[in-house]
Design a protein around this ligand. Structure first.
Ligand SMILES: [Zn+2]
Length: 262
């Protein structure tokens, strides 16, 4: 680090930075991150200087922290975005935004791999209570409870509307799932993904329908749903195929109402 004055000041707040990271670790595990107060700089180190540590020394290609940056992204299986499971993680997102919590700019637990959609939708939204805290990929087991569901809306084109399941038996998970979907606009994202999936599968669905009718297509859709469910019970694919399987309209030709406009 070329700026000796800054280096001295950073060394001076090192223990405070560690305390902030430890507090984060303790509160994230119990969905209490909203209790951390937004702040500016720490002692003599300004917010701008703290944020620059991340931008220059971690994101920068030659920065000493670039290896940690790459490791955090690469350890996600297939680079699936852990926030939506529908996009490709290409960056790290600050779970608590560094503009309001600069002391957590380089705290590893606060750096979550994210796809461009999730990063754009989240921006600097902040929870006001535990129910408003979206899921944290490092602390919350989003697969512990089934919470994602959807509804097939008849029309031309049809629409797959994604919702938090009313069958979800855990009230706190249900509330946080709603916050998670709202924060990342997942209803919109999943509907778009579902439309694309149905359009691409339409010819195959027609083949199954022509051979065995609605019952055969319903059975096929249920099998596909089970396959997705076995690896990710709250995947949009599992929910979509399950709802389509249960829809008489969809299985009797409704799948033809999704068109490709290319
Ligand atoms: Zn995402």
């Amino acid at each position: 680090m070329k700026n000796k004055d800054l280096k001295v000041r950073l060394v001076g707040i090192a223990s405070r930075i560690k305390e902030c990271a430890d507090e984060y670790d303790r509160l994230a595990g119990v969905a209490q991150l909203h209790r951390i107060l937004a702040h500016t700089g720490i002692a003599s180190v300004t917010k701008k200087e703290l944020m620059a540590i991340y931008d220059v020394r971690m994101v920068g290609q030659d920065g000493p922290g670039r290896g940690v940056y790459n490791t955090l992204i690469d350890r996600v299986l297939n680079r699936d975005c852990p926030l939506c499971d529908a996009g490709v993680a290409t960056t790290l997102d600050h779970h608590l935004p560094k503009s309001k919590f600069p002391s957590l700019s380089v705290a590893p637990y606060n750096l979550v791999p994210a796809c461009p959609w999730c990063q754009r939708e989240k921006l600097a939204k902040l929870p006001q209570n535990s129910s408003e805290e979206c899921f944290h990929p490092y602390y919350d087991d989003v697969e512990a409870v089934e919470w994602l569901d959807c509804i097939v809306l008849q029309g031309s084109p049809g629409v797959i509307k994604f919702i938090v399941s009313e069958r979800c038996c855990d009230q706190s998970v249900m509330e946080r799932a709603k916050s998670h979907m709202k924060t990342f606009n997942l209803g919109r994202l999943y509907s778009l993904r579902a439309a694309s999936q149905i359009t691409g599968s339409r010819a195959h669905f027609a083949k199954v329908y022509d051979k065995g009718g609605a019952a055969a297509l319903s059975a096929h859709l249920l099998e596909v749903s089970k396959s997705w469910y076995s690896i990710h019970k709250n995947s949009w694919q599992a929910a979509m195929h399950r709802a389509a399987s249960e829809s008489d309209w969809f299985c009797n030709g409704g799948f033809n109402e999704w068109k490709s406009y290319r």
